[in-house]
Design a protein. Structure first.
Length: 134
């Protein structure tokens, strides 16, 4: 089952390399990395096992702010984030929310199509660079 609005690409690299490549791609594209959330590391601290699962939060206020100016609830889904995770078979994946789906979720409609298109293209390019799908 694929959740609505979720884009997922298989990586040709392991989790650590995929995350590092994503950081590099995001930074190169002019966005700032704001946080990393290591779910597997947190699970380990409380004695639980979880395959590599890490969220990278990143963005650029020049792109996100106009969307929030139109519909302020976009702030719950911005800045952008990507999840690098490993499945039970050992394959590495990168998942992210499609910005157009986020806009529809918040009722933005077509009022910021250019911004959404640029954001979608940048996010897709970063994901492809990180996973080796370029």
């Amino acid at each position: 089952m694929k959740p609505d609005g979720l884009m997922t690409l298989r990586s040709s690299h392991g989790p650590a390399e995929t995350k590092d490549r994503l950081v590099e791609a995001v930074t190169r594209s002019g966005m700032a990395v704001l946080a990393r959330i290591d779910h597997a590391g947190a699970a380990q601290k409380v004695g639980l096992d979880l395959r590599p699962t890490e969220v990278l939060i990143f963005g650029n206020p020049k792109a996100g702010t106009p969307l929030m100016q139109e519909v302020q609830t976009m702030g719950i889904d911005l800045p952008l984030k990507a999840l690098v995770w490993q499945d039970e078979a050992g394959a590495t994946w990168l998942s992210y929310n499609d910005p157009s789906w986020l806009a529809a979720r918040h009722g933005l409609g077509s009022r910021k199509d250019k911004v959404l298109e640029m954001m979608s293209t940048a996010l897709e390019n970063c994901a492809r660079q990180a996973t080796g799908s370029t």
